[in-house]
Design a protein around this ligand. Structure first.
Ligand SMILES: O=C(O)c1cc(=O)[nH]c(=O)n1[C@@H]1O[C@H](COP(=O)(O)O)[C@@H](O)[C@H]1O
Length: 278
């Protein structure tokens, strides 16, 4: 029986630090690496980055969009990336940001969290905008297989606050309702729950309680301007829950495997200083 995702992630962050490397094969990055914008270029890029970074980070986060743009051949590359991470013993967070009515959400959960699926990851990202409760089948499937779910709460993009910080009829913000729901899902889980929130490293002051008892996936470091100092400012005493994610800033160092590793280690060093300050 697989241990719960939260426990596995807690151990990985303790051993390797709180960095998640994003595998985002942008067309522009393929060009920077001297690769063609084709399936073979995608495969070369994604597998080189996965193999170079897997031993040095707590988790890898492939961004599904950049594989899907090549159709089924691109999705087959994504399957190989997930298998390569698994063989290297590194946790995978598949960034798909899915969400739908419950019966369809079950299909997404089966695709991304059932170990029998070729696209199975250790955790997936999910969108709560059909209602947090619509993610029930995703949560139940994660519990059954020791998987994790990261639910969008306070995302890093500038358009986000208008929706996410709007007030519900109960008076909480939409983001606050997501964070409350996650606290409920993680209640009693030690050392870390398996249901995380996505909170950008670029957000301003929100007044929200970010301690959800589960991990906080924090994108926006590097290319979007977020810094370790921002992480300290935003998360305060919840900083130990942070799994910080960076894609372009690390990937730009490639294609040399040693340069990719060094870029990840530099980012990890900046983050390491934040822990133990609770
Ligand atoms: O869920 C995410 O990972 C995510 C949430 C968010 O609020 N902002 C955000 O940038 N992301 C993803 O994180 C990655 C950021 O990439 P870089 O800006 O290149 O580090 C992309 O794959 C985004 O889709």
């Amino acid at each position: 029986m697989t241990a719960p995702f939260g426990a596995r992630l807690h151990a990985a962050m303790a051993a390797r630090g709180p960095l998640c490397a994003g595998i985002d094969p942008h067309a522009a990055l393929l060009a920077e690496w001297g690769l063609p914008d084709t399936v073979s270029g995608l495969e070369r890029f994604a597998l080189t980055a996965t193999e170079a970074l897997a031993p040095h980070v707590a988790a890898l986060k492939p961004q599904s969009a950049f594989f899907e743009r090549f159709g089924s051949a691109g999705v087959a590359v994504l399957e190989r990336v997930l298998a390569t991470a698994r063989e290297a013993g590194t946790l995978s967070v598949l960034d798909v940001k899915r969400g739908d009515i419950g019966s369809t959400a079950q299909g997404y959960a089966d695709a991304y969290l059932d170990p029998a699926s070729p696209l199975a990851a250790d955790a997936m990202t999910a969108s709560p905008y059909l209602g947090v409760g619509s993610l029930g089948p995703v949560v139940e499937t994660a519990r059954r297989h020791g998987g994790g779910v990261f639910v969008l709460a306070l995302t890093s993009n500038p358009e986000a606050p208008l929706f996410q910080q709007a007030r519900t009829a109960e008076g909480t913000t939409v983001a606050g309702a997501v964070l409350d729901a996650l606290r409920g899902l993680n209640a009693g889980e030690q050392p870390l729950g398996s249901f995380g929130a996505v909170v950008g490293a670029t957000i301003g002051e929100t007044g929200e309680d970010l301690d959800v008892g589960g991990p906080l996936l924090v994108p926006g470091l590097g290319a979007q301007g977020g810094t370790p100092e921002d992480v300290r400012r935003i998360f305060g005493r919840s900083v130990e829950l942070v799994l910080a994610s960076s894609s372009r800033e690390i990937l730009r160092a490639g294609p040399d495997a040693g340069a990719l590793r060094d870029a990840a280690l530099r980012t990890a060093e900046g983050l390491a200083a934040l822990r133990g300050t609770r």
